[in-house]
Design a protein around this ligand. Structure first.
Ligand SMILES: Cc1cc2nc3c(=O)[nH]c(=O)nc-3n(C[C@H](O)[C@H](O)[C@H](O)COP(=O)(O)OP(=O)(O)OC[C@H]3O[C@@H](n4cnc5c(N)ncnc54)[C@H](O)[C@@H]3O)c2cc1C
Length: 474
């Protein structure tokens, strides 16, 4: 049974200093040297979202939306329906941009937040669409005549398209509900999710030719067209651009497959194309294995080592069909790499000491981050697994941590076996790591563990801005 006993010299802070005994010059250097940009300020999504929403609301208000609210129940329902429809469309477009993960946005916000916001925009769009459909039908036919109103509207082609869009959207939103999604294979869920693109495209014409906001206002029409065109451009550029760049890159291939733990192996990928990626420790790439059965799918894998000239390493756990086949490919198999993605890089530590918490294959990015640490980071690694045999790269993690004046602490065994209870509770973390609240923390592992650890860290007093996590599932 393992306890998390921290080697005190590694963690003892100098009183009053957030960085302990770290020399000021080293701290300054670490903060600035080779520090990649955290994305550009203009790429902040919040001001964009607010501006676009406010402008769209302004158009709604100026084209009779506000006055409609005070003109009896029919007009008020129509105004509410229009408002809900516009907000649903804006949220859906925003959701598309977020899930396309354009590099400038991903770098600024981080993948986890993009995925989280995508969920919020998706649910907003689904709810808005429901209100839009019910309110506009009720406005047209009254609460009892909604079916009749629907039959009348379906006399025009654009409304048939809009109805199909609404049904598709409802299916996508329904299947994204966690309980339902858990029963679907990732590929199935992803395939159905793509219908969201079709839904957004199908809904567009009825907005332009029949929406009271746009009929009669050329400015409003151009604004709406510009919004759709900009979204299409961002999505195409991010989605197809990544695939095209990977295809055009010089050849990359699997040079070696190294077994690490049961069901886990590292792929060493070599070739001139690797350097073009300019990936950094903590980032991930989407790997497309060019075999007959795998070429059509790309899966995200984190770098498990700092890239060397012409070579990088990924560590893959066989979780399903694709990952199992990926670690069984023969050397020489061609691969394509999209990316790099991810904002969980060492510059996020801002020169502070770091705590790296990894579970299972979530230790892969921690190993790469360790290589990017300098002694000033005094890296402390908590390596979680059910048993020692399941701990991939344990010896390497230990050696890398020691070389940098830090330590690796295996946390193995079932949770119930720890004499003092959950080793990742706020109390245990605070008790065992005296300088916890001054460290930058990086967390990677299965979603439930990751969420629990992030909450515990926040409860233990680590500022949220210093907790950096990357989920291994979207
Ligand atoms: C940012 C990120 C970094 C990752 N890094 C690593 C890593 O370093 N090592 C590692 O072993 N695994 C990593 N993963 C997880 C890895 O992508 C999945 O294990 C792999 O895609 C499983 O595919 P499968 O078809 O074999 O299994 P499936 O049975 O199809 O899927 C198993 C689970 O993996 C997830 N998944 C499957 N395909 C994808 C996909 N294309 N995109 C996102 N999630 C998917 C789903 O949540 C699914 O529930 C990472 C995932 C993400 C999102």
């Amino acid at each position: 049974m393992t306890r998390i006993d921290m080697p005190t010299p590694v963690v003892a802070p100098r009183p009053g200093s957030p960085d302990g005994d770290r020399p000021a010059r080293a701290r300054r250097l670490a903060r600035t040297a080779g520090r990649p940009s955290r994305g550009r300020r203009w790429a902040d999504p919040l001001p964009w979202a607010v501006t676009i929403t406010v402008l769209t609301l302004g158009l709604w208000a100026l084209t009779g939306g506000l006055t409609g609210l005070g003109q009896g129940s029919g007009a008020a329902l129509l105004a509410v329906g229009r408002l809900a429809g516009l907000l649903a469309a804006v949220a859906a477009l925003g959701g598309l941009v977020l899930t396309a993960r354009p590099r400038w946005l991903e770098r600024r916000a981080g993948l986890d937040r993009l995925i989280g916001w995508h969920r919020i925009t998706g649910m907003t769009a689904a709810f808005g669409m429901l209100v839009h459909v019910v309110a506009t039908l009720a406005a047209a036919g009254g609460l009892t005549g909604m079916w009749g109103a629907l039959a009348d509207l379906l006399g025009t082609d654009w409304y048939v398209a809009a109805l199909v869009a609404a049904i598709l959207f409802a299916v996508v939103a329904g299947l994204s509900w966690r309980r339902l999604r858990a029963h679907l294979r990732y590929e199935t869920w992803h395939g159905i999710h793509l219908a969201g693109y079709l839904a957004i495209a199908l809904a567009f014409p009825h907005q332009l030719v029949a929406g009271s906001t746009f009929v009669g206002s050329a400015a409003a029409q151009w604004w709406w067209i510009a919004l759709y065109a900009a979204t299409a451009w961002i999505v195409l550029q991010a989605r197809l651009g990544g695939i095209a760049a990977a295809a055009l890159r010089p050849r990359t291939e699997v040079q070696r497959v190294i077994p690490e733990a049961p069901g886990v192996a590292s792929l060493v990928i070599t070739g001139p194309g690797v350097d073009d990626l300019a990936a950094r420790p903590g980032q991930f790439v989407c790997l497309r294995v060019c075999t007959r059965d795998l070429w059509w799918q790309a899966h995200p894998y984190s770098l498990s080592a700092a890239p060397r000239p012409g070579a990088l390493r990924l560590t893959v756990k066989a979780l399903g069909d694709a990952s199992a086949r990926t670690i069984a490919v023969p050397p020489g198999t061609r691969v394509m790499l999209e990316g790099p993605y991810g904002a969980m890089t060492i510059d996020r530590a801002d020169g502070r000491r770091v705590l790296l918490i990894g579970a299972g294959v979530g230790l892969a990015p921690m190993r790469a981050l360790l290589e990017a640490c300098d002694p000033g980071h005094a890296p402390l690694v908590l390596a979680r697994a059910h048993c020692a045999a399941d701990l991939p790269m344990a010896a390497e993690l230990d050696a890398l941590a020691r070389e940098r004046g830090g330590a690796m602490v295996p946390v193995v065994g079932a949770r119930t076996q720890f004499p003092e209870g959950n080793p990742f509770s706020a109390e245990a973390l605070r008790r065992n790591i005296p300088d916890l609240t001054t460290r930058a923390v990086f967390v990677c592992g299965p979603a439930p563990l990751q969420d629990a650890v992030c909450c515990a860290l926040a409860r233990a007093g680590v500022p949220r801005g210093r907790i950096h996590a990357e989920r291994f599932a979207w």
